[in-house]
Design a protein around this ligand. Structure first.
Ligand code: NAI
Length: 326
């Protein structure tokens, strides 16, 4: 079996090489390019493509892959909103993913965003380097005793609940499939009206697209903190800007962004940013954006490489597929 890796980054290659080099029956070729209509031809002669969150795997690309004889799409991530599953099924192309590489990695990053925004450690770091020890403007708030609303309580949401329990936060969960364990399950409207902090952990699909819009902001407490480490399009970015301007939204932490495929995972520091919405968002002092790095820990990369290898081997050996996306 030979696999064309798209959107490969230098930092992940050693993890894949460590896993795949022990299995000579699987050959790998790394391309820096993202998979899309223009680059799909690179997959010529390969049995499988391996893609990440911002590769385009729509119906057109899938048709191109099918014509080239590619039979498998290996997602090296959990989310699969960028893959047209109907088209893949129609062309009998298998789609496999890495469902849980390290929910704790994303949950911990989420808490890092919460704490940075509330305690302003990013500002303190810069001040102290300038010998400025003035505390004005650095006043924070405790997570202890706050109500945190978690929308989507699967693997990452649950990992976050466990961490926040340690902080003594009161947790509200909205998830149509959650079981009432230790957490209070509630409906979306109650969560929006009662939470001091809201964190998004549901998948992006037709039901959750722009879940957080003007209407949702209207229901929230003034000065609420919103964290999105899930998928950018769960939030309507323009509604966020309005809510920031009116101070309804007091803090915004993003690890994902609706139009991130144009920006993230690359160095654009020598270019003029053409995305006016992104530029406006980062201009607010109470907004913190990281470039989709919630997953980015050694433990998670090791697990991603191992599970991707396992997925490839199951395809190669005609075994039952553990991580097929249905
Ligand atoms: P999961 O599948 O374990 O959990 C998702 C949960 O959302 C499920 O319990 C499901 O019932 C719930 N859900 C579905 N629709 C909902 C709705 N309308 N309202 C409320 N809840 C709903 O997924 P996991 O592993 O926890 O990942 C969550 C998301 O995090 C992924 O979809 C992915 O987009 C994102 N992610 C981000 C990463 C990053 O680096 N920032 C890394 C990995 C995942």
């Amino acid at each position: 079996m030979n696999i064309a890796f798209f959107s490969t980054q230098k930092y992940e290659q050693p993890f894949f090489e460590r896993s795949f080099s022990k299995h000579p029956q699987i050959e790998v070729c790394y391309f820096e390019q993202a998979l899309n209509e223009q680059t799909a031809l690179l997959a010529k002669g390969f049995d499988a493509v391996c893609v990440f969150v911002n590769d385009t795997v729509n119906a057109v690309v899938i048709e191109q892959l099918a014509e080239l004889g590619v039979g498998t799409i290996l997602l090296r991530c959990a989310g699969f909103n960028n893959v047209d599953l109907v088209a893949a099924k129609a062309h009998n192309i298998k789609v496999l993913r890495v469902p849980a590489y390290s929910p704790e990695a994303v949950a911990e990053h989420c808490v890092a965003l919460m704490l940075t925004l509330s305690r302003k450690t990013h500002k303190a770091y810069n001040r102290v380097r300038e010998d400025n020890f003035d505390l004005n403007g650095l006043l924070g708030f405790n997570l202890h005793g706050k109500t945190v609303g978690i929308i989507g309580c699967g693997k990452i949401g649950l990992a976050l609940c466990k961490i926040l329990n340690g902080f003594g936060a009161h947790i509200l969960v909205c998830d149509p499939y959650a079981t009432p364990d230790d957490y209070t399950i509630t409906d979306l409207d109650s969560l929006l009206t009662q939470s001091d902090i809201i964190s998004l952990h549901c998948p992006l699909n037709e039901h959750t697209h722009h879940l957080i819009n003007d209407d949702a902001f209207n229901k929230m407490k003034p000065g609420v903190m919103l964290i999105n480490t899930s998928r950018g399009a769960l939030l309507n970015s323009k509604a966020c800007i309005n809510a920031l301007k009116t101070k309804k939204l007091g803090y915004l932490g993003l690890d994902v962004y609706e139009q991130e495929s144009e920006l993230f995972f690359k160095n654009h520091s020598d270019e003029i940013n053409q995305d006016d919405i992104f530029s406006r968002l980062v201009s607010f002092k109470n907004v913190l954006v990281t470039g989709h790095q919630g997953f980015f820990t050694q433990e998670a990369l090791t697990e991603i490489a191992n599970t991707t290898l396992q997925n490839a081997q199951e395809i190669n050996q005609g075994k039952q597929l553990t991580n097929e996306v249905l």
